[in-house]
Design a protein around this ligand. Structure first.
Ligand code: FAD
Length: 370
């Protein structure tokens, strides 16, 4: 007899784990199946910025609205997870300093000036806050709400708490096949077969296979990102420094995370010398002193990208038992709490913002990625 669950979740990155946590907390019997180790794929590669402003395109943008909501959810989640799992997700204050080297860049940044969460600082004020920053900037936009967390700590905390609320989590258990018969959904894995009332595909960039098997032509594609971390032997950075997709993030214990390249369609999650060189070169232009800092480690991860850069979050249009939560591209850490809430609400039958569901629906006609 196969074991039966209310919900089976495929994929144990931050997205799958947030879904498991929210469902288990709502009283659903959930099983999460992870092919390797929980949180050790793209989730662990991330810098952990909650960059709703840094990544969004103004307050009209749906991504910005959803990102802001998820940022707000992190405030409560941090406290809840500390209590439920004993793990500190290492949310650090300070936010992001988006720097400008030219008047053109300043004008682009100052489009956010009407937002109460954005403040333009002239170069001298930036220098006071970040003495290590290059003299070449003309100023920066400070976004204090775009704080950062430690992605693997968040994933581990969600895991511990989900298990505490009754979820089962199986590592090294790849899903081999899903059968969508009328009676029940059947999930065949290397470690046995399970049946369930609902199934959620949350296997990051590897979700494309399930989309295809369930009748969609959507494919997700990887955008590889390479990073390096160094030991900061100077004063800690009070704010993340960000320019043109290059960032320097202060982590605790004196580490700086420097990222990241953007290499579409590269499936090899291994950093290259050329990639790391690019990242170091860009970061040195922002903060010359990093050249002297000892290297800690280099790594790469595969961002799960979609054609229009928005994730797929929602139900299969023809089979309400099947849900998708994949394609979070550069923002899966930011969007993990809201994604967990949306999938939970769809499954337990709570109302969900229709505009968001429409924007992230499966089967949408996507704008071309440019
Ligand atoms: C260099 C870099 C920097 C980033 N920085 C940020 C940042 O600062 N802020 C931010 O918000 N986002 C950032 N991101 C993006 C973020 O990391 C991703 O959007 C997020 O991790 C996606 O999470 P996920 O759970 O969907 O995918 P993953 O973490 O990849 O998890 C998917 C899981 O599914 C499992 N799986 C696959 N196939 C199967 C199967 N058949 N059966 C069972 N399990 C399976 C995999 O083993 C994997 O563990 C960054 C990404 C990179 C690469």
């Amino acid at each position: 007899m196969n074991k039966h669950y209310d919900v089976v979740i495929i994929g144990g990155g931050i997205i799958g784990m947030s879904i498991a946590y929210h469902l288990a907390k709502a009283g659903k019997k959930a099983l999460l199946l992870e092919a390797n180790e929980v949180g050790k794929q793209t989730t662990s590669a991330a810098a952990g910025m909650l960059g709703a402003h840094a990544e969004g395109e103004g307050d009209e943008d749906i991504f910005f609205q959803v990102g802001r909501r998820s940022q707000a959810l992190y405030k409560k989640l941090k406290v809840d997870l500390q209590h439920e799992s004993g793990i500190d997700i290492r949310a650090s204050a300070g936010g992001i300093m988006k720097v400008a080297f030219t008047e053109h860049e300043k004008r682009a940044l100052c489009r956010m000036q009407h937002l109460p969460t954005f403040e333009w600082l002239e170069a001298s004020s930036v220098k006071k806050r970040i003495p290590q920053i290059t003299d070449d900037i003309i100023g920066a936009g400070l976004i204090e709400d775009d704080v950062h967390v430690e992605p693997y700590a968040v994933c581990r905390a969600l895991w511990q708490a989900a298990v505490r609320y009754g979820a089962d989590v199986k590592e090294f258990t790849p899903v081999i096949e899903v059968k969508t018969g009328k009676e029940a959904l059947t999930v065949r894995t290397a470690g046995g077969t399970f049946t369930c009332d609902h199934l959620t595909v949350a296997s990051g960039v590897w979700s494309g296979r399930f989309f295809e098997e369930m009748g969609f032509s959507h494919s997700l594609y990887p955008v590889k990102g390479e990073c390096v971390s160094v030991w900061n032997n100077g004063p800690a950075l009070a704010h993340t420094i960000y320019h043109d997709h290059c960032y320097i993030v202060q982590r605790d214990r004196g580490k700086l995370i420097i990222g990241a390249t953007m290499k579409p369609n590269d499936w090899q999650a291994i950093p290259t010398l050329g990639g790391i060189e690019t990242v170091i070169k860009k970061a040195s232009q922002l903060m010359p002193s990093i050249q002297e800092m000892p290297i800690d480690q280099c790594w790469a991860g595969l961002r799960p990208a979609t054609s229009d850069r928005h994730p797929y979050i929602g139900r299969h249009p023809e089979d309400e038992r099947i849900l998708f939560a994949a394609g979070h591209y550069r923002n899966g850490i930011l969007l993990a709490p809201i994604t967990g809430e949306i999938i939970r609400d769809l499954i337990v039958g709570e109302p969900v913002n229709e505009e968001w569901l429409h924007a992230f629906r499966i089967g949408r006609k996507e704008a071309l990625f440019v």
